[in-house]
Design a protein around this ligand. Structure first.
Ligand code: GLC
Length: 427
């Protein structure tokens, strides 16, 4: 095991303890001893206390199982590094993992995930949003169970739009006009027009694809063949760069912003619009938020030719192929993806359920009116390319698009490179 690599990338006490465990434990846990499962999740909304109380209830109902929860850094790229280093070495430091939708194909192909197809019957699968089940499926087998789902949304300041009598923008062009108008009238040098995620990391790919798709464009057709319209892609990238340099409705710092940076500025009252994931509404509506009660959520805008399309995100629970406790891990996953836990996750973290019935329960809709809109947005959300070579796809897009935002390359040059490098990776 490359212990040093894991410690450097992770620096978490859990890995150290777990690696020690690998050295001393026998392959099978002794009978009649409680089994301890280690569950890894990325840091996100929701307190430690909230997760502990969820786990405590599971443990009460399953006296033979203890669960240790460990929290990884919240950035998906960093989590990916930790998991892949560890799984490549067939490590057993964890049993249940929270997996980003974009990793399923890669991890399944590498043989790092237990096949969970027998865990859910065909009937049970139908209780989940179809997009979420598809995201957990690789070569017709289920490798994870959808835990919570994500799609890019537009946050806007209701109070500011009302003050200037402007509607929620439906097109990107309208968003620019509205943001510019409000910035001019407000005369507040600390107010920004539109925040999004332009830092060189996975979030940039999610943002950029939304500008590509919403101009009636796509990387692949239904059969998976390369079908990007290059000139439209150039216009989409140009639009992103122009938000910063020409229209100046987005500050230069968006080129270094991730979800949390954008969310914090918006939460301090620092912007009119923000692109982010649904979790953000939870902190934005918290007691210490400056914008509490002033925030609306809408579909992302579209270009005048095109429709609103969000990138599909989301997290799923899978089992480490090398875990010595798959049976207990399955029980835990069943519990964590149950309707009651998904309801609590929405209340305790703002995460969106993957079971579609929860979007229609009158009690839930009364408490979370944005659920109805989210169901529609999710129905139009698109997955990033599904391939076991996704890390290379993402790396190429990140490199090219961030060069455009940094003004090191023209959109045309970037698209030429994308058209050269991506098709072979998607075959
Ligand atoms: C969110 C999404 C995930 C995406 C990530 C990018 O966590 O759920 O799918 O990869 O953001 O930052």
């Amino acid at each position: 095991m490359k212990l040093s690599a894991i410690l450097i990338s992770c620096c978490l006490p859990l890995v150290f303890q777990a690696c020690q465990r690998k050295a001393t434990e026998s392959p099978e846990a002794p009978k009649n001893q409680p089994v301890t499962l280690t569950f890894l999740r990325g840091q996100g909304a929701g307190s430690e206390y909230f997760f502990r109380s969820l786990i405590a209830r599971f443990e009460k109902g399953h006296p033979g199982i203890r669960v240790r929860v460990e929290t990884l850094p919240w950035q998906t790229d960093r989590q990916h590094q930790i998991y892949s280093d560890h799984l490549r070495a067939q490590g057993v430091a964890f049993d249940v993992m929270s997996l980003d939708v974009i990793w399923i194909a890669e991890f399944a192909q590498a043989g790092w995930l237990r096949d969970l197809d027998n865990l859910l019957s065909q009937e049970e699968k139908k209780n989940f949003l179809p997009v979420a089940i598809r995201a957990c499926t690789y070569r017709d087998r289920l490798y994870a169970v959808p835990w919570f789902t994500d799609a890019g949304v537009l946050y806007y300041r209701k109070d500011l739009l009302e003050k200037y009598g402007t509607p929620v923008p439906e097109t990107w062009e309208e968003l620019v006009r509205t943001a510019a108008k409000i910035l001019k009238k407000e005369e507040n040098p600390h107010l920004q027009g539109f925040l999004w995620q332009g830092k060189r990391y996975e979030g940039l790919v999610c943002n950029a694809l939304e500008y590509v798709w919403s101009m009636d464009n796509r990387l692949q057709d239904e059969q998976g063949r390369w079908s990007l319209d290059g000139s439209r892609a150039v216009r989409s990238l140009q639009f992103m760069a122009d938000l910063i340099r020409k229209a100046k409705v987005s500050p230069e710092l968006v080129a270094a912003a991730d979800e949390e940076m954008a969310r914090q500025i918006f939460q301090n009252g620092g912007a009119v619009f923000m692109r982010n994931w649904p979790y953000a509404i939870f902190p934005l509506e918290s007691e210490d938020s400056s914008v509490r009660g002033k925030v609306g959520i809408a579909s992302l805008p579209r270009f005048s030719r095109g429709e609103s399309v969000s990138t599909l995100g989301g997290w799923n629970l899978g089992v480490n192929r090398f875990s010595r406790h798959p049976k207990e891990a399955f029980q835990f996953i069943r519990y964590m993806t149950s309707p009651s836990v998904q309801r609590e996750m929405l209340e305790g973290t703002g995460s969106l359920p993957t079971r579609f019935r929860l979007y229609r329960e009158p009690k839930m809709l009364r408490r979370y009116p944005h659920l109805a809109r989210m169901e529609e947005i999710l129905a139009r959300a698109r997955p990033r390319p599904v391939t076991s070579r996704y890390p290379e796809v993402s790396e190429t897009l990140q490199q090219e698009i961030s060069a455009v935002l940094a003004d090191l390359k023209s959109p045309k040059e970037a698209v030429v490179e994308i058209e050269r490098k991506l098709p072979p990776l998607l075959k």
